[in-house]
Design a protein. Sequence first.
Length: 186
Amino acid sequence: MSNIAVIAAAEGEDINPLVPATYDIVWSLVCVAVIGFFFWKYILPKFQQVLADRSDQIEGGIKRAEEAQTEAKAALEQYRAQLADARTEAAAIREDARTQGQQIINEMKVQAQEESDRIVAAGSSQLAAQRQQIVAELRSDLGRTAVDLAEKVIGESLADDVKRAGTIDRFLSELDTVSADSANGK
């Protein structure tokens, strides 16, 4: 560079060291034009294709995400509707179970009352039968005792069954009238 500056100084030209020579500018422009042509012809279309593919992928991903979000919202609404239906159905089942339980309890109460009434009626009839049996036994025992006492008082034997039966019946009828009178308060 110093040789060129010396030569240029000798010729009387004022040379700026910051400005390159004309031939350098021309050859640089030719190289830039060739590289620009190859870049514009081969690299730029590939680059634009890659950008377009990425743009399509991004837009398609966004579109798919929006569709998935819409489907998820629809599924969520369907799930909520099914859940509400299930809750309603569960409430109805609980109410039916409560009603059936109450009906079963009422039926069991009715059956228990009927069984209780049947047992009480059977007990009452059994008690009445036992009472009649005891009264009959007591009458025969009382009759025998009365005959024995009457034999001792009278001093004669009342062994005759017909007499004994008549005496016992008469005594018991008198006893019934006395019992009835005392029950009536006379």
